[in-house]
Design a protein around this ligand. Sequence first.
Ligand code: CMP
Length: 154
Amino acid sequence: MNPEKTLVLIKPDGVQRGLIGEIIARFERKGLKLVGLKLLKLPKDRADQLYAPHQGKFFYDYLVEFMTSTPIVAIALAGQNAIELVRLVNGATRPAESQPGSIRGDFSIDITHNVVHASDSPENAERELNILFDPSELVNYSRIDEAILYSPEL
Ligand code: CMP
């Protein structure tokens, strides 16, 4: 068991296209547990913090402009190997590489308007969760299906 927490953002295009429920359902169905959830308009200073690793790249300014343009949904998810699993459910960043069956593979055709964002490492998950959520907004609880989702520790 490798319990992890990670951050997912439903980007402005996902919210505007009415995909919030569809996207959250895919994570729930996988067995990932929602531990934080909010709709917000991302302030520019927080977009800059979130995308600091991309500062200076040619797409940075438009990425920040897009992410702050209309509301997003921030989701904190917990589960075994959550960081890697969420990235699989989301699909590859490049449109030609995102497999059908993944969120991006099913719903996006563009590298920036690509519906979702997710943390790509344990370090970034902690950093990004702190940008979007106050620790008091993350809820610690058990889901009743955990008893059957996971095998016992051997
Ligand atoms: P995301 O998962 O939000 O993380 C960084 C974002 O930068 C990425 O999704 C893309 O939307 C965007 N991005 C990455 N590479 C490029 C690129 N080559 N051109 C435009 N946007 C990019």
